[in-house]
Design a protein around this ligand. Structure first.
Ligand SMILES: CSC[C@@H](O)[C@@H](O)C(=O)COP(=O)(O)O
Ligand SMILES: [Zn+2]
Length: 203
């Protein structure tokens, strides 16, 4: 494979995610792009906090085919969609944090609007707390093909940056490399925690 270094970085990111408690009970999935046609995705059903490089399967970005015959993540179709939609995306992290899971249910609209927080600047291109950052929320579904089509349609109409929430399920985010995906994950999770606390205290 051509992306050994990024796969090594991704394995480290998975261990970090596990230590944070953001991938409980086999939840979550992670990937890196190899090139325009292939990515490496975590195998389905594994504890994501203790993955090794051997737990990642090569998957076709065009049609989700895994030549190994092993089963990549149940949410493979969302990772490959992101690689097709955004040529600059090279790493995707999906986590089940409590804040992402709960906040995406408490907020019943199609977007979580975040404003007023300095940590918005942890997100690529954000330069001020005065802006409003919309994070799309999609209703959860077990039909990943249908969900991917819905997200693709949304992305044709509205900007889809950094990541999105799946309602009652978790956060999927991405970056130009593993380091940026990690920064977006940590930044968004911090912002979700702040937003949760703000909503609780300002009631
Ligand atoms: C704990 S089951 C959760 C899964 O259905 C799914 O949402 C998930 O994130 C992990 O699925 P996986 O197939 O292991 O990548
Ligand atoms: Zn999930």
């Amino acid at each position: 494979m051509t992306n050994n270094l990024q796969l090594h970085e991704l394995v480290n990111a998975c261990h970090w995610i596990g230590q944070k408690g953001w991938s409980p009970a086999t939840g979550g999935n992670m990937s890196v792009r190899e090139d325009a046609h292939w990515c490496w995705l975590s195998e389905s059903g594994k504890d994501k906090g203790s993955l090794t490089a051997e737990d990642f399967l090569q998957v076709s970005i065009a049609d989700n085919h895994a030549p190994s015959g092993r089963k990549p993540s149940a949410e493979t179709g969302l990772h490959t969609l992101i690689y097709r939609l955004f040529p600059q995306a090279n790493a995707v992290l999906h986590v089940h944090t409590v804040n992402a899971t709960v906040l995406s249910r408490v907020e019943r609209g199609p977007e979580l609007l975040i404003s007023g927080f300095e940590m918005q600047k942890s997100l690529r291109g954000q330069t001020t707390h005065l802006d409003t950052v919309p994070i799309a929320i999609f209703d959860n579904s077990q039909d990943i093909d249908a969900l991917a089509r819905h997200i693709e349609h949304y992305a044709q109409e509205r900007p889809l940056n950094y990541g999105f929430l799946l309602r009652g399920h978790g956060l999927t985010c991405w970056g130009r490399d593993v380091a940026e995906a990690r920064r977006h994950l940590e930044g968004l999770e911090f912002l979700f925690e702040c937003e949760m606390q703000r909503r609780l205290l300002e009631k």
